[in-house]
Design a protein around this ligand. Structure first.
Ligand code: ADP
Ligand code: MG
Length: 140
């Protein structure tokens, strides 16, 4: 298995409920290392650009509003097979369908306010990591 990096975002529903530590514990307990992390307020432009792939979806406008409704924690996670491993730790997009013990099963409020984002491929991970971090901000 290759060591990979993936982008994670702890979303506003979770930062508002003070769940950053509990969510980070899930990553660390499951073999991922947090090699970069910052708490930021996304601008509308940033949120629109980050989720541009969903621009044509009916939920896009609401998603952008939600993502700027409070602070987020953007982070780079590193470990064996980190992209797929993080998706497993996160659970399904819809918390009603998420496996027991996953972040979304335990913490998500609904299909939109679902507590975390995680890159869905190694290619997108590289693009998303560079959206928020320069190489010298990531310390493995
Ligand atoms: P994931 O975050 O699991 O990769 P997607 O990339 O499909 O899921 O969607 C991006 C985000 O858009 C989701 O995490 C969620 O916040 C929101 N979203 C997805 N589907 C819906 C939906 N049907 N209604 C409202 N929001 C949604
Ligand atoms: Mg996605």
């Amino acid at each position: 298995m290759a060591v990979e990096r993936t982008l994670s975002i702890i979303k506003p529903d979770a930062t508002k409920r003070n769940l950053t530590g509990k969510i980070n514990q899930k990553f660390e307990d499951n073999g991922l290392r947090i090699v970069a992390q910052k708490r930021i307020q996304l601008t509308e432009d940033q949120a629109k650009k980050f989720y541009a792939v969903h621009a044509e979806r009916p939920f896009y406008k609401d998603l952008v509003s939600f993502m700027i409704s409070g602070p987020v924690v953007v982070q780079v996670l590193e470990g064996d097979d980190a992209v797929a491993q993080n998706r497993k730790i996160m659970g399904a997009t819809n918390p009603a369908e998420a496996d027991e013990g996953t972040i979304r099963a335990e913490f998500a409020e609904n299909i939109e306010a679902n507590s975390v984002h995680g890159s869905d491929s190694a290619e997108n991970a590289a693009i998303e990591v560079s959206f928020f971090f320069s190489e010298n901000e990531i310390v493995g």
